[in-house]
Design a protein around this ligand. Structure first.
Ligand code: ADP
Ligand code: MG
Ligand code: ZN
Length: 628
């Protein structure tokens, strides 16, 4: 919670000022006590007018700014005794004063007066009241929750931050490339649609399904599709929204969510990022988080609390199943896990087809070619890619998306926005040598992925780029492939050193070196590809802040740590030497390609290989051709 002293002052200042005046009693609007003037008998306004006409009125005293009058009148029926009567005057009686004057009746107006004790007392009360009210508003403001009033003052009845969609409008047709997951979840649709089928034979309907997979692979989409297929409402909330600043709010949200869901059963509850609440209890730095644990406990209680056949199915999504509390996975909770993997070639093809449905593609564009160009893309990346291509097409005022827009969009999704190329200068020349350095090593080493293109058109952070066509779907990577990749990544720096000398090397290789170190380190600590032998010394995800990561961080001794460093260094040094040697041996062709590159700005892989083969042997590389 962020409350600065400035805001507190700002808010309480008006309250302070108002309170001060109240206290002094100079700010009160109160009427003079009329009762003290002994006029307890009331008279109607009509009667008053009648008295006025018949000349019985002697004097009129106005009170309360003219709203009340004490009238002194003679009553003939009571032996002309003088009476004091109270009259409530209507709000607008403009000519009354004139008429009174006409008849020569004495008029007096009495100012408003602070009525002493009681108002002073109230004033004293109002001051703290306003102060509290000011603070209340402050809390409400500091706790701005989209679509709901502040939570600070009403923990109990939190307006939950979950969304409900009566109809998601998404079907299994909109989800592509993850057929196994779809198949497994088809059953869930049937649970929701015809629970009696299962309960009739005594089967217990599962309550929870955990979708596990990297971001953007379609977990949310899949959950929505299940609700859409079953035609049930879709309740969704993100785990991070459960975790609140006040202990107890998360838990009360869970309660609300389940309450609403029960009212709307059959329905589907989707909890995104469940790892935000479902992390192992008592894990992480600084011990447990009370709030998170309470929320998790409440979630578990709610899940246990409803019977399997209430028609509510909970689907949760995470990309970190390893950090989840084991209590979540127990039978009767999220006992089913469905993997939602990044799509392979065929999956990408299907996803692209889904997203190309509403796009105008040029006849020459083959979806297959796009799928081949996009290994490692998630479903969300592919959707984004086609959208970027469509935007580019519109900007270029074309009728339909052509392969040019697709190519540009792929580059943009991977490497960022295109910049303007440098004019010919020393630094452009240096960048050209750096990139050609990568490309030549990638071409000459047999185990390296083939060059797709070399370009000097900047993109994102990079001043120049060398693209390789990854030989995907092979699943496994060999040691010599890793060594080739390290050499290739060092090719840029090696070229700078060979051509411009050690003093002229630039910061441009920073990113390359980071990759190099990471790859070499993994070879040593994870894949057993060094003299240290086949040992796994580090786990892939050693993020400290996540559940329990701190303790198994160092699985080796100080001595081993030194040896790891030595091994990493020796791998990198070996590759660096190799890269420099290749650059030295191919200086002639490098100079020629650099000149061409500065002129043309982009050279594609075919042309590059063609030129290099005029000077030296270029090994054939197996190109992966995806099978349909
Ligand atoms: P996640 O929840 O796994 O992070 P989302 O379901 O939010 O991913 O996916 C984001 C978007 O990406 C979806 O709305 C959809 O447009 C697209 N997308 C992702 N995966 C797929 C898929 N398998 N099929 C079709 N579209 C997909
Ligand atoms: Mg999602
Ligand atoms: Zn580089």
């Amino acid at each position: 919670m962020k409350i600065s002293w400035k805001t507190i002052l700002l808010w309480s200042l008006p309250a302070l000022i108002v309170g001060f005046f109240l206290w002094q009693g100079s700010f009160v609007t109160a009427s003079e006590s009329i009762g003290s003037n002994t006029a307890s008998t009331r008279m109607t306004y009509g009667r008053f007018l009648e008295y006025l006409e018949t000349g019985r009125v002697q004097s009129v005293d106005l009170y309360e700014g003219g709203r009340t009058a004490i009238v002194q009148a003679v009553d003939p029926e009571l032996e002309n005794r003088v009476q004091r009567l109270r009259v409530d005057l209507p709000a607008s009686s403009p000519d009354l004063i004139a008429r009174l004057r006409d008849k020569n009746i004495s008029i007096d107006s009495h100012p408003m007066r602070n009525d002493g004790l009681i108002w002073g007392f109230l004033g004293n009360l109002i001051f703290p009241f306003l102060l509290i009210a000011g603070l209340f508003f402050l809390f409400r403001r500091s706790n701005n929750i989209p679509g709901g009033p502040g939570q600070a003052m009403n923990f109990g009845k939190s307006k939950a931050r979950f969304q409900m969609e009566a109809k998601t409008g998404i079907t299994f047709d909109d989800v592509a490339g993850i057929d196994e997951a779809k198949e497994e979840l088809q059953e869930v649709v049937t649970f929701l649609k015809q629970p009696e089928k299962f309960t009739a034979v005594g089967a217990k309907i599962p309550k929870g399904v955990l979708l596990v997979g990297p971001p953007g692979t379609g977990k949310t989409l899949l959950a929505k599709a299940i609700a859409g297929e079953a035609g049930v409402p879709f309740f969704s909330i993100s785990g991070s929204e459960f975790v609140e600043m006040f202990v107890g709010v998360g838990a009360s949200r869970v309660r609300d969510l389940f309450k609403k869901a029960k009212e709307n059963a059959p329905c589907l509850i989707f909890i995104d990022e469940i790892d935000a609440v479902g992390r192992q209890r008592g894990a992480g730095i600084g011990g447990g988080n009370d709030e998170r644990e309470q929320t998790l406990n409440q979630l578990l209680t709610e899940m246990d609390g409803f019977e399997g056949n209430t028609g509510i199915i909970i689907i949760a999504a995470t990309n970190r199943p390893d950090v989840l509390d084991s209590a979540l996975m127990r039978p009767g909770r999220f006992d089913r896990q469905v993997m939602v993997d990044a799509p392979d070639f065929k999956g990408r093809l299907e996803i692209l087809e889904v997203h190309a449905r509403n796009k105008k593609l040029d006849g020459e564009v083959s979806i297959e070619a796009i799928a081949r160009r996009t290994p490692g893309f998630s479903g969300a990346d592919l959707a984004n890619l086609l959208n970027e291509a469509a935007i580019l097409t519109a900007r270029r005022r074309k009728e339909a998306i052509t392969i040019l827009e697709i190519d540009d969009a792929v580059d943009r999704v991977i490497a960022g926005m295109e910049g303007t190329p440098l004019v010919d200068s020393k630094s452009k020349r240096l960048i050209a040598y750096h990139e050609v350095g990568h490309a030549i090593i990638g071409t000459i080493l047999k185990d390296h992925d083939p060059v797709q293109k070399v370009t000097l058109i900047p993109r994102g952070q990079a001043q120049g780029l060398t693209w390789f066509t990854p030989n995907e779907e092979q699943g496994l990577t060999t040691k010599s492939q890793l060594m080739a990749r390290i050499s290739g990544a060092l090719g840029g720096r090696a070229a700078e050193e060979e051509i411009f000398g050690y003093d002229e090397v630039t910061t441009g290789a920073g990113g390359d070196l980071q990759q190099v170190t990471e790859m070499a380190r993994q070879m040593v600590t994870r894949f057993g590809m060094s003299d240290l032998g086949p040992l796994s010394l580090e786990s892939p995800n050693s993020e400290v802040f996540l559940g329990g990561g701190l303790m198994n961080r160092s699985e080796y001794s100080e001595k081993v740590a030194t040896r790891i460093d030595d091994q990493v260094r020796s791998i990198v040094e070996h590759c660096h030497k190799l890269a420099r040697q290749i650059i030295r041996e191919n200086r002639e062709v490098i100079d020629r390609v650099v000149d061409l590159l500065i002129d043309k700005e982009t050279i594609n892989g075919e042309e590059f290989r063609q030129i290099v083969s005029e000077y030296t042997h270029v090994p054939e590389k197996e190109q992966f051709v995806p099978q349909l």
